[in-house]
Ligand binder design. Structure first.
Ligand code: NCD
Length: 317
């Protein structure tokens, strides 16, 4: 049962800012909202009269659609802005965009931007609540929250699980947010990658660094595969994609070495047969589609809690 109705933060910029109570509140609230997406009429009036802007200045499919559906299912008015269609293309600064949106009385801005720290800056320039939907290689807090939710639903706990985050850790905001989130909730984390894709500094985040996937795979409860962020890699980090796949792609052979109850996750978009072989995504161990579904409920919870909260039981009727 939920006994606290508001978050300790006014913006969702980083998992680091959240307390364990905040995280549990989001997950418990999401549980209420999950049911709405299963109804024939997937809409409740909870955020009627609130205006939400999705300011996506970097490509995105699932995160943008997920936020849009979350807002629409709560009856908020939603405006989508992309870099192609906005004055940002004409050279308008983020600060001026923020002032313009503030003057229009926007309640929440959900922003994706290629610069680390951009959502924190935006929060300084507007009274609207800010949700960081991915800022450069820095953080992607709602992805981590939906991943926690998906694991908790599937395995009924997070504490003491061993999470193996595999792949391009160096360039991944998802890895960073998930490390903070799963550690806060008591999980043990190994990051598994070639040395060029996991800087030794990651050890200071309290994770084990492992370079040999085959060696660690039998110990892991959750295999979390990351996309190779080829667009962020400015130099060559391994001899070839084929070489990476040979050592780190999760294929059927490798899966045989895993625990019987292992679960497989990936934030998407997937590079098939590089991080994961196509056939594995369809296997019962894969909870990748559950991640996508949970994303809507978790984002509904975050929008709702940042917009002012209230009694959830009344809000979903
Ligand atoms: C991630 C992102 O954009 O940070 N995807 C997502 O939000 N679903 C991961 C990625 O692009 O690799």
């Amino acid at each position: 049962m939920i006994d606290r109705m508001s978050l300790s933060v006014t913006n969702l910029l980083s998992i680091k800012d959240l307390t364990n109570d905040d995280i549990n509140l989001v997950l418990d609230t999401a549980k209420y909202f999950e049911e709405i997406s299963k109804r024939a009429i997937k809409k409740v009036p909870t955020l009627r009269g609130k205006t939400i802007v999705n300011l996506f200045l970097e490509p995105s499919t699932r995160t943008r659609i997920s936020f849009e559906l979350a807002a629409k299912r709560l009856s908020a008015d939603v405006v989508n802005i992309s870099s192609d269609s906005s004055a940002i293309k004409k050279g308008e600064s983020l600060k001026d965009t923020a002032k313009t949106l503030t003057a229009m009385g926007i309640d929440i801005i959900v922003m994706r931007h290629s610069f680390a720290g951009s959502s924190e800056l935006l929060a300084k320039w507007t009274d609207a609540r800010i949700i960081n939907a991915g800022d450069g290689a820095h953080e992607h807090p709602t992805q981590a929250l939906l991943d926690l939710y998906t694991v908790r639903e599937k395995l009924k706990k997070i504490e003491n699980l061993h999470i193996g985050i595999v792949g391009d850790v160096a360039h991944s905001r998802v890895a960073r947010s998930n490390i903070f989130a799963f550690k806060k909730m008591g999980a043990k984390i190994s990051v598994i990658a070639p040395p060029t894709l996991v800087p030794p500094e990651f050890e200071s985040l309290g994770v084990n660094i492992r370079y040999n996937f085959d060696e660690v795979i039998p110990e892991i409860d959750v295999i979390y595969l990351l996309r190779l962020q080829l667009e962020r890699q400015t130099e060559s980090f391994f001899p070839s994609i084929g070489e990476y796949a040979r050592l780190f792609c999760l294929n059927k052979e490798r899966l045989k070495m895993a625990k019987e109850n292992v679960v497989i996750m990936h934030p998407g978009p997937i590079n098939r047969d590089i991080e994961i072989s196509g056939d594995i995504t369809e296997m019962p161990e894969s909870i990748i589609t559950q991640q996508v579904a949970s994303g809507i409920a978790v984002r509904m919870a975050v929008l709702y809690l940042l917009a002012g909260g209230g009694l959830v039981s009344g809000a979903v009727d």
